[in-house]
Write a protein that binds this ligand. Structure first.
Ligand code: ATP
Ligand code: IP8
Length: 254
């Protein structure tokens, strides 16, 4: 079982509201397609079968959430805000799905707003049986950063990274990959840090996203991945294919 996140910064123009990066999204879909079992028996000897995709927001969702003052902890009870933020994410989800379908990946949507919630302490519950059954039935479920019902707050943001960590646990994932707009976690000299085993060791170089981002950028990503039992890779668009083939490109968080 592989859980792959397509970072919003990789598939959209993150600094231009609601702008897709069509070329990058197509490249990501092509890379997933070439690794996935597509029914062509000649070319699928080592094909992967069990795959869940999560995508982030990029220029969809973050701007809307920021305008409404909604974060992962500060919520809203305004239905118009919910429709605006969730609507931006489902719009991006439709773009992602249609591009994956064009490349023969059997992608289907799973919207966290309709299935997940947070308790008053902010802890997330994301039922995984729907996702598991879809995988067993040959689909590739595609989830996305979204809003979720939050006890005492109305609705708050859930990041794709948080969904990845939750799904990796509940689905007992073997491999976890986060594709972003950078080739990995970069040090002060802009070189990829090959391995991260503790937050303190890299805290000084980790920052937020350069674009509008309500979920914490690279620092939050690394912190969430360090809590996971299996190792996880952070890499750029060009490394989706090597990752799906079994390599450990970019930065490995263990
Ligand atoms: N040390 C670092 N190495 C690499 N990127 C860093 C670092 N510190 C901060 N960043 C920022 O983190 C960004 C990646 O985090 P971001 O949350 O934007 O990624 P994403 O998951 O692809 O996007 P989204 O959250 O929209 O899904 C980079 O584009 C960069 O601006
Ligand atoms: C801003 C919203 C609604 C989702 C953000 O998800 P992320 O881009 O994975 O952090």
């Amino acid at each position: 079982m592989i859980v792959l996140k397509l970072g919003g910064s990789a598939i959209t123009e993150k600094d231009r509201p609601e702008t897709l990066d069509g070329k990058s999204l197509a490249a990501a879909a092509a890379a997933v397609s070439s690794a996935f079992e597509t029914g062509d028996e000649d070319s699928d000897d080592d094909a992967i079968e069990d795959l869940v995709i999560v995508h982030g927001g990029g220029s969809f969702g973050h701007h809307n959430a920021s305008e409404h003052g909604v974060t992962t902890t500060a919520g809203s009870h305004d239905p118009a805000a919910v429709h605006d933020i969730h609507g931006a994410m489902t719009t991006l989800n439709e773009f992602v799905l249609s591009r994956l379908l064009e490349y023969d990946v059997p992608a289907v949507p799973v919207h966290p707003f309709s299935t997940a919630h947070r308790d008053s302490g902010g802890d997330l519950t994301l039922p995984s049986q729907q996702v598991e059954t879809l995988v067993e039935e040959g689909f590739v479920p595609v989830l996305h950063g979204d809003l979720v019902a939050h006890a005492g707050e109305g609705a708050t943001v859930v990041s794709g990274d948080e969904l990845v960590v939750d799904l990796a646990r509940s689905l007992d994932a073997d491999r976890i990959g986060l594709c972003s707009t950078v080739p990995g976690v970069l040090d002060d000299a802009e070189e990829v840090v090959p391995e991260i085993t503790s937050f303190d060791a890299v805290a000084d170089i980790l920052g937020e996203s350069e674009a509008t981002d309500v979920t914490g950028g690279m620092a939050a990503k690394v912190q969430a991945l360090l809590e996971l039992e299996p190792e996880a890779s952070i890499f750029g668009l060009a490394d989706i294919e090597p990752f799906l083939a079994g390599d450990e490109p970019g930065t490995t968080v263990r």
